[in-house]
Design a protein around this ligand. Structure first.
Ligand SMILES: [Zn+2]
Ligand SMILES: [Zn+2]
Length: 330
């Protein structure tokens, strides 16, 4: 099968992914083999390919927003031909303290799709049968793919921030995840304030009904109940923190941050403001979000690339050159 494989992480300018023919994965017990229909490109893929996340194995096929049809390993619940989605959380041990306490997102021995097992930048992928999500017919392949990480993790971020209906919520950064979160927030009747770099991202935020739009570290005109940061930048976290009312929460939706600068506790954090990180996702997050996405007819903005152009797709994500999400088609 054709796949984009990573052997040595390197800056995107060096095109670290090699497009090549590799053996089709052998399907093993407890797994299903998927014929990939589409695979979303996530910023985490960029961190893997460029090496900010340390390599977990010698070769890996990235990609953790997979839409595919079950072609092998079908069961009564998952018959052959079922169209399913796969996300970043590709498996857990089911036995550690976190798994036993309904926090499988924090599992001590997790499997991450496209990181410590092969993912969906390929024609086929073998994935754990208990970590696939049958997709509602309302969501077509191209538009379902970005929901599977960008969408789910954005949704989890809103939950981690404790978002309630009718609140004022800030989105700091406006890429693949944020442009889905804004639609969820509007479904909850929240006012959304967007601070982001890039004129095209600001225009997109306006067109999606943001109440206010500003530059990356601009301060919204009102105090916010919640803020979610999406940029891998600690400066942005501080800008978000500075925009909160007392008792407000910043949820950091980033697997990697450059650093967090020193800041003034008395001014920024005192008053029971909170900074929380958002780590991975649970299967319940995925199911709840996909149900809501179908209900509110969530339709991400997508730009698609052929699998051969996986390097270009990642480079475009890196440069914020895409409005919405990038999706690879095998
Ligand atoms: Zn566990
Ligand atoms: Zn992701």
């Amino acid at each position: 099968m054709k796949a984009a494989t990573l052997t040595s992480p390197a800056p995107m300018a060096q095109q670290p992914l090699r497009i090549e023919d590799v053996p089709r994965p052998e399907n093993t017990a407890g797994h299903v083999l998927l014929k990939v229909r589409a695979c979303g490109v996530c910023r985490t893929d960029l961190h893997i390919v460029e090496g900010e996340l340390p390599p977990r194995r010698e070769h890996v096929i990235p990609g953790h927003q997979i839409v595919g049809d079950i072609v092998e390993g079908a069961t009564a619940e998952l018959p052959k031909g079922t169209r399913v989605g796969v996300s970043w959380i590709g498996g857990t041990d089911n036995t550690c303290w976190y798994c036993r306490h309904a926090m499988e997102n924090l599992c001590d021995s997790p499997t991450f799709t496209g990181y410590n097992v092969d993912g969906g930048y390929a024609e086929y992928a073998s994935v754990r049968a208990d970590f696939v999500f049958p997709l509602p017919a309302e969501l077509d392949d191209l538009h379902a793919a970005p929901l599977l990480c960008a969408g789910i993790i954005g949704f989890r971020s809103l939950r981690v921030a404790g978002t309630q209906k009718n609140e004022r919520v800030g989105l700091f950064g406006f890429g693949a995840s944020a442009h889905l979160a804004i639609e969820v927030l509007h479904a909850w009747n929240c006012e959304v304030y967007v601070a982001t770099r890039g004129e095209s991202h600001r225009k997109l935020a306006e067109s999606l009904g943001a109440k206010w739009v500003g530059a990356e570290t601009d301060k919204p005109p009102v105090q916010l109940d919640r803020a979610i940061t999406f940029a891998p930048s600690g400066d942005v976290v501080l800008a978000a923190l500075a925009s909160l009312r007392k008792g407000g929460v910043v949820a950091i939706n980033a697997i990697h941050l450059d650093r967090i600068p020193q800041f003034d506790y008395d001014k920024l954090l005192w008053g029971e403001r909170q900074i929380r990180s958002v780590t991975n996702m649970t299967r319940d997050d995925a199911r709840d979000f996909l149900r809501l996405a179908a209900e509110i007819k969530l339709r991400p903005k997508v730009t698609h690339f052929p699998l051969d152009e996986a390097n270009d797709a990642l480079l475009a994500v890196k440069r914020d050159a895409i409005d919405g999400a990038a999706v690879l088609l095998p």
